[in-house]
Unconditional design. Sequence first.
Length: 145
Amino acid sequence: MKLTVLGCSGTFGAPDCACSGYLVQAGGASVLLDAGPGTLAELQRHMRIEDLDALLISHSHPDHWVEAPVMRNALRYVLQSEGLPVYSTSETLGLITEISHDRVEPTFELSEIADGAEVSVGPLRIRCSRTDHPPGDARVLPRRR
Ligand SMILES: [Zn+2]
């Protein structure tokens, strides 16, 4: 498994450091964990956006997801790509949907995660668990099968 830190700044980006975004790759599968501000530009240093196999967003704080609607626009209007699986909490999926004017599908295929959820993408199995980080969100632990 290869982990590429696209950004790890909390709350807001820093010069040369985007907010949270982690590219996890294994066995030909590529998953973006979190899509904070600045991560989409960093992702393109490593791969094409349309080649992602899934996007998983840990929780609803903006420094972890606000690139998702931007990614949706890129995939829909520029790259003409559909069907990217997007996993997150119900609150976060609602925010992404709202800011995208209810037009996330068919570009994104939304799936809700909650405590105990497991997501499989290629050889990666991602386990989600609730933490005490407000507002009642989940975190993700990628593992290779
Ligand atoms: Zn947070």
